[in-house]
Design a protein around this ligand. Structure first.
Ligand code: PEP
Ligand code: MG
Length: 883
């Protein structure tokens, strides 16, 4: 097996070899060399050697010696210089290069090959003493740090002292003689700390550096980085040994970094920075202010220092050609490092450039229009999750942030406003035209009006599918949930965090995309749904098979969803309509009623309200399917808490406050999620579902008559586990439909189906499909019930679960395909076996998660339903899943 692959000088043997073998840097250097770009010659020691190195107890096999010697001989042949030659030495860089870039994580050694003899040779050959001694002192410093593991502070201090003694501020003020003295000091430092002399043998230097780069793969920081980015330790890193080229050989030399297009806007213009007479790390270190690459960029910025286009026109023209060649070759925007040594251009690196969501969209659309990539490729190139950045206001990246707490990024977007601690105040202040942030320990359905009135929502408890998170996402309100370090005293109106206090009225900023909570105002910028977004979405729609619907229950949410391209409503949670301030008393009257007659009195008050809601939704969704779910949550969620609330219900019903409180206590449940909820409400109090069904059909007929277009209601029964439950509930719905149709003298088409959100329902899907005309997978509850993990309490421990690899991702965010997914697959099969072509959808939060959507495509569901602001993400993800 071979481990060393050469590149450059017309002898590239790594061409076409994978990133897996050569690492990202090595593969791209080989690629650039093979298409004739000017790459300093070098060789790559493959990642396979890294693996073997660790397998064999951190030793190199003997055969590697010969391979590396061949590699060095290759560089010598191309450059005409010899490694360790006292007259005109070859210097090399030794760099790491894993499959994926791990910025700043691993080690690099530059200027390797210098010693007390070769430094003199370098001085003579370059005609620049200062340059030679500066290179030697940099090399000792870097080698001591990276390879010998000595503390770098001593070296930095020596440099500082050398400058201070002479009254200098810049490194460049030190003369060759002064640098030579510094080198002596550095060597003394090495001797003292390491106990031996700085290695003078260039072969020893080389092997030390190769070992150090492989060793850095198992450094603590690299391990942490891998854990954070899901990079397996088994990948290993490659090592690239390459002839040094120098950007610090006077005013015809330079070094720079560039993007072939603007990475923040996506504009098709070269973008970058360079420094004359400098080495690579000077650009990154920010010691000197870099200059612009192009004249246009310099002029736009109003900068004086000449751009590269103006200062080095010939080299710039060559570089611009390289940019074009690279884009055509890689068919993507590239991020590049280059060096100019005495007017000769050298390419040191290229890779696909990181970019903002906005730039990703523009670049994909532009490249498809330029014919560089196909439309399908353009669709595949944009990360659906990144669209989130575009659909909400975001924090001005240039603004200062005073972060006081961090929670879960529950609903994206940035919001700024005054702190309030209860929903009523939020509503009142908002009505007065104030921007407010609603802060709650956790939210309940009663807070909905306050959430709606607020610009953003912050909770101390609750996970990604907590009430606050789900509702906020549905409304498109930025939300940070489960910020565990804050403590809230709503009565007093204060929030405490890390020794600081936020009082009612104080200004806060939330970033729902990162989970950050900031004191004071941080400026936000509005989303810009420019042309590229629409164009790419159009292309996505042409390739996707899955339909995309929205989870929405207000006309406004439905409108937003339609504007974002929703093709119907996949889940209208009717309980959200019960919390309207005007209705809550009637709802409470219904719950607290001790018999059916009492409930019917209250339901009669709710009927016209529900009917009005449905009619509005049908109007917005004209001609599209609307899935309406009958009442689902535990009744006690609607119960009054305050004395005054009980008094209101007492007034409406004529019952005493005591009697009502007794009834409320009876309704208490130990485990409400598994309690009296879902179709169990319909089984015990069928009159509730009857009223809701009646409201649906009356509204449907009203809209059909008004518009001439009949809506297509899909009535959905929640939390079904058995065929019989569904049968009973379907009978209630059918009976209500028949009654309304007779009264109104006309009919509308409708379906009755069920959610599949209990394991039993999934297992018995074959039987349930005998009754149900469609299935919608409620994967929030199905995850909760399959994993036996409470969706409202999971945040406390799921983090540890993900960290330790028990679940790859939060299963409430990204479907547990192995477990819950198996139930979905099985239910789909069994349902189809009974009722071929049965309509199948998903309406849990996973319906807006790209990875889960890929799974939905594989199972062949008909549609996914996502919260309105995730509809575009779902459209794009569905398209990618179909490609
Ligand atoms: C579900 O359980 O997945 C679902 C969509 O219903 P809810 O979130 O309202 O329980
Ligand atoms: Mg559910």
């Amino acid at each position: 097996e071979r481990y060393v692959f050469r590149f450059g000088g017309g002898r590239t043997d790594g061409q076409g070899r994978s990133k897996e073998l050569l690492g990202g840097k090595g593969a791209n250097l080989a690629e650039m060399a093979s298409i004739g770009l000017p790459v300093p010659p070098g060789f790559t020691v493959s990642t396979a050697m890294c693996t073997r190195f660790y397998d064999e107890g951190e030793h190199f096999p003997d055969s590697l010696r010969a391979e590396v010697a061949d590699g060095i001989a290759h560089i010598e042949a191309v450059t005409g210089k010899r490694f360790g030659d006292a007259a005109d030495p070859l210097l090399v860089s030794v760099r790491s290069g894993a499959r994926v870039s791990m910025p700043g994580m691993m080690d690099t050694v530059l200027n390797l090959g210098l010693n007390d003899q070769t430094v003199e040779g370098l001085a003579r050959a370059s005609g620049d003493d200062r340059f030679a001694w500066d290179s030697y002192r940099r090399f000792i410093q870097m080698y001591a740090d990276v390879v010998l593991g000595l503390d770098h502070h001593g070296f930095e201090e020596a440099l500082e002292v050398a400058k201070e003694d002479r009254g200098f501020t810049l490194d460049t003020e030190l003369s060759a003689a002064e640098l030579r003295e510094l080198v002596d000091e550095y060597k003394a430092l090495v001797r003292n700390e390491w106990g031996r002399d700085f290695p003078q043998n260039v072969q020893d230097q080389l092997w030390g550096a190769i070992g150090a780069v492989f060793g850095s793969w198992q450094s603590e920081r690299a391990k942490v980085y891998r854990r954070l980015h899901d990079i397996p330790a088994s990948w290993g890193t490659a090592v690239n040994v390459q002839a040094m080229v120098f950007g610090n050989m006077g005013d015809t030399s330079a070094t720079g970094v560039a993007f072939t297009r603007d990475p923040s806007t996506g504009a098709n213009a070269f973008y970058g920075e360079f420094l004359i007479n400098a080495q690579g790390e000077d650009v990154v270190a920010g010691i000197r202010t870099p200059q612009y690459l192009t004249r246009a960029a310099r002029e736009a910025a109003g900068a004086k220092a000449a751009s590269m286009e103006e200062a080095m026109p010939a080299v710039y023209a060559e570089l611009a050609d390289v940019f074009r060649t690279l884009e055509t070759h890689y068919r993507d925007m590239q991020d590049i490092e280059f060096t100019v040594e005495r007017a000769k251009l050298w390419m040191l690196q290229t890779r696909s450039g990181k970019r903002t969501a906005k730039a990703a969209l523009k670049i994909a659309v532009d490249m498809a229009n330029e014919g560089l990539i196909t439309r399908e490729e353009a669709v595949a190139r944009v990360d659906p999750n990144a669209l989130d950045q575009l659909l909400h206001p975001t924090l001005d990246p240039n603004a200062r942030r005073d972060v006081i707490a961090k929670g879960l990024p529950a609903s994206p977007g940035a919001a700024c406003g005054q702190a309030v601690f209860d929903a009523d105040t939020a509503e009142r202040w908002a009505a007065d035209g104030k921007a407010v942030i609603l802060i709650r320990t956790e939210t309940s359905p009663e807070d909905i009006h306050g959430m709606h009135a607020a610009r953003g929502i912050l909770t101390a408890r609750g996970g990604m599918t907590s009430h606050a998170a789900v509702v906020a996402r549905g409304m498109g309100r930025p939300c940070v949930s489960g910020a565990g370090t804050i403590s809230i005293d709503a009565k007093v109106g204060v929030m405490r965090v890390g020794g600081r206090e936020v009082r009612q009225g104080d200004t806060l900023t939330l970033d729902g995309s990162t989970g950050e909570v900031m004191a004071g105002e941080v400026a936000t910028v509005q989303p810009e749904l420019a042309g590229d977004f629409g164009v790419l979405m159009g292309w996505a729609d042409q390739v996707r098979r899955l339909r995309v619907r929205a989870n929405a229950e207000t006309p406004n949410d439905c409108k937003v969803a339609r504007d974002f391209g929703a093709e119907g409503v996949g889940l209208c949670r009717t309980e959200h309509m019960f919390f309207d301030a005007a209705r809550i008393t009637a709802v409470r009257e219904m719950i607290l009623a001790s018999d059916e007659a009492g409930r019917r009195v209250a339901l009669a008050k709710l009927l016209p309200e529900q009917q009005g809601d449905f009619a509005e939704i049908f109007l917005v969704m004209a001609g599209l399917p609307v899935t309406i779910r009958l009442l689902d949550p535990p009744l006690h969620e609607f119960l009054p808490h305050e004395e005054a609330e009980f008094e209101e219900v007492a007034k409406a019903t004529g019952l005493s406050v005591e009697a009502l409180q007794r009834r409320a206590a009876e309704l208490h449940e130990f485990n409400p999620m598994l309690g009296h909820r879902g179709c169990r409400l319909g089984v015990t109090y069928p009159e509730i579902y009857e009223m809701q069904a009646r409201a649906i059909f009356e509204a449907a007929i009203e809209v059909a008559e008004k518009t001439g277009r009949a809506p297509i209601p899909e009535v959905m029964i929640p939390l079904v586990g058995t065929r019989r439950e569904l049968e009973l509930m379907k009978a209630v719905v059918d009976k209500a439909a028949a009654a309304v149709f007779t009264e109104r003298g006309r009919t509308v088409d409708y379906l009755v189906g069920t959610m599949i959100e209990l394991p039993r329902a999934a297992l018995k899907a074959g039987e349930i499909a005998e009754v149900g005309e469609f299935f919608s997978f409620g994967t929030n509850d199905l995850t909760q019930t399959t994993l036996g993990v409470s969706r409202d309490d999971a945040a406390r421990f799921l983090g540890a679960y993900v960290e330790q690899g028990i679940y790859a991702r939060d299963p409430f965010v990204s479907l547990d395909v192995e477990g819950v997914g198996e139930l979905v697959t099985l239910a789909a099969e069994r349902g189809r076996a009974t009722r071929p072509g049965i309509k199948l959808g998903i309406c849990g939060e996973h319906g807006g998660d790209p990875a889960s959507i890929t799974f939905c495509e594989a199972v062949g569901l008909d549609y996914v339903s996502a919260s309105p602001y995730r509809v575009p993400i779902a459209r794009l993800a569905a398209a990618q899943a179909a490609l």
